[in-house]
Design a protein around this ligand. Structure first.
Ligand code: HSE
Length: 410
C-alpha cells in the first residue's frame, strides 16, 4: 500500500479524495498497488466525512511522515503551495499538482529539484483540467517540430462567452453562474482578465519549446470589456470571439506568446468549442494540426487528471518520468508588437466618405465590415497582416477618426 497526502480539500482536493475512493479497485489494479490517503491538510475541519480523522492543519505532520511517498497539492495560489511543494521534494516525496500558478511561476525550479532528487513532479491537471494534453504533447508528438500551440484555456470565460453569445446573458450573471458551478478561480479576476489562461499558455509553451516562459513575458488581455457589439461584429466577419492563448515559434527559434480575445473563423478547429470546454491545438511539422478537447474546469474532470498523475507516480516510485524543461532565457519570448497581426478595427468618424478615403490611403484595399444596428458614424474593417507595432503607427496617423475598438483576427 502506498500512502499519499492531499494539500487542500477544496473543489479539486475533495474531488481527488472522492475519485480515489470511488474507483479504488480499478486504480489499484492500474497502479500495481493500493493507494491510501493518509493525511489531508486543510485549515477547516470536516467532521461528517468518513475520512475526517485524516485531516490535519499542520504541514509537518505530512512532511515528517516517511510513510507518505507522494504529496498532492491542490491548494492553488503561490504561497504556501510553493513552500510546501519544494519542502516535499527536498524531503524525498514525489509531487502531483493541479496548480497552474505554481507551475507557471516556479516550474523550472521545481522540475530541477525533482530531477536532482530522482523524484517526479507531475502537473497534467494544471492545463485543460481533465484533458490529457501535457503527456501527449511531450510524448506522443515528440517526433514533431512544434511551431504553434494555441488554445481555449479557461473554462470560466468560455462558459461566460457562450452564455453571453447564445442566451444574451449579462457578463455579471454569467460570471455568477460560473462561480456557482465551481469553474471560476477563488479570485475570478484571474479568469476574466486572462491571467489563468496566461499561466496555462506559459506551461504549454515551456513544455512545447523547452525553456521556461514566465507569465510576465506574455502579453495578456481579458474579456472584461467585450460588448454585445463585438460579438455581432465577430459574426459579421464570419467568426466567433474566444479568449485564446497562443504561442508560436518563429524561424530563428524565438517565441511569440500572448493571451487575448480573438475572432476565430468558423472553420477554425477551436471555434466550435463551447461552454466550460477547453481545447488545445498543436501544430507540428509531421502531424499537422491536432486538437485536444474536454472539460477544462470542475471538480471531477480536474481530479481525473490529478489521480492519473498519482497512478503514474506510484508506478514510477523509483524512476524518473520524462517531463522536463530548461530554465528561462531572457529574450526568448519576443515583444508581441513584433508579431504579425490582422485586426478588426472600428472607428468613430465625422464623415464616412472621408474616413473611407483615409483608410484606403493608409491600408490600401481592405474588407469593410458592417452590422445592421451599428452606431452612427462608425466604420469597421479588417486590416492587412503586418507587425502590430506598424498597425499601431498607422492607426495613430488617422485624423478626424477615433479608434473605438481593435480585435485580433486569428
Ligand atoms: N478557473 C479555471 C477555469 C479552472 O475556469 O478554467 C481550471 O483551471
Amino acid at each position: 500500500m502506498i500512502s499519499i497526502a492531499i494539500l487542500g480539500h477544496g473543489v479539486v482536493g475533495s474531488g481527488v479524495a472522492e475519485v480515489l475512493d470511488h474507483n479504488a479497485k480499478g486504480i489499484a489494479a492500474k497502479a500495481g498497488d493500493s493507494i491510501r490517503v493518509k493525511r489531508i491538510l486543510d485549515l477547516r475541519s470536516f467532521p461528517d466525512l468518513p475520512y475526517a480523522d485524516t485531516f490535519t492543519t499542520d504541514f509537518n505532520d505530512i512532511l515528517e511522515d516517511d510513510e507518505i511517498r507522494i504529496v498532492v497539492e491542490t491548494m492553488g495560489g503561490l504561497h504556501p503551495a510553493y513552500d510546501f511543494v519544494k519542502a516535499s521534494l527536498l524531503a524525498g516525496k514525489s509531487v502531483v499538482t493541479s496548480n497552474k500558478e505554481l507551475v507557471a511561476a516556479k516550474g523550472d525550479e521545481l522540475l530541477a529539484i525533482a530531477k536532482e532528487n530522482n523524484l517526479n513532479f507531475l502537473f497534467e491537471a494544471s492545463v485543460g483540467g481533465g484533458i490529457p494534453i501535457l503527456r501527449p504533447l511531450d510524448q506522443c508528438l515528440a517526433a514533431n517540430e512544434v511551431f504553434e500551440v494555441a488554445g481555449i484555456l479557461n473554462g470560466t470565460t468560455n462558459f461566460m462567452l457562450t452564455k453571453m453569445i447564445r442566451e444574451g446573458m449579462s457578463f455579471d450573471s454569467a460570471l455568477a453562474l460560473a462561480q456557482k458551478l465551481g469553474y471560476a478561480e477563488r479570485d475570478p479576476s484571474a479568469d476574466v482578465e486572462g491571467h489563468d489562461a496566461c499561466r496555462k499558455i506559459c506551461i504549454l509553451a515551456s513544455l512545447a519549446f523547452g525553456k521556461h516562459v514566465y507569465p510576465n513575458e506574455v502579453h495578456t488581455e481579458g474579456i472584461t470589456d467585450l460588448t454585445e457589439e463585438d460579438v455581432k461584429y465577430a459574426a459579421a466577419c464570419g467568426g466567433v470571439i474566444k479568449l485564446v492563448g497562443r504561442a508560436t515559434r518563429v524561424e530563428d527559434g524565438h517565441l511569440f506568446c500572448q493571451v487575448s480575445p480573438m475572432i476565430l473563423p468558423k472553420d477554425n478547429l477551436l471555434a466550435d468549442v463551447n461552454d466550460v470546454f477547453n481545447a488545445v491545438m498543436v501544430r507540428g511539422d509531421s502531424v499537422g494540426d491536432v486538437v485536444f478537447v474536454g472539460r477544462g474546469a470542475g471538480k471531477l474532470p480536474t481530479a481525473s487528471a490529478v489521480v492519473a498523475d498519482v497512478i503514474d507516480e506510484v508506478k514510477h516510485l523509483h524512476a524518473r518520468k520524462y517531463l522536463f524543461w530548461e530554465g528561462n532565457e531572457p529574450g526568448h519570448v519576443r515583444d508581441h508588437r513584433l508579431a504579425p497581426a490582422r485586426l478588426l478595427l472600428r472607428f468613430a468618424c465625422e464623415e464616412d466618405a472621408k474616413a473611407l478615403v483615409q483608410i484606403g490611403q493608409v491600408f490600401g484595399d481592405v474588407r469593410m465590415i458592417s452590422i445592421p444596428d451599428a452606431p452612427n458614424n462608425e466604420v469597421a474593417f479588417i486590416s492587412p497582416s503586418m507587425p502590430e507595432y506598424l498597425l499601431e503607427e498607422k492607426i495613430a496617423s488617422f485624423t478626424g477618426m477615433t479608434l473605438v475598438r481593435r480585435l485580433r483576427m486569428y
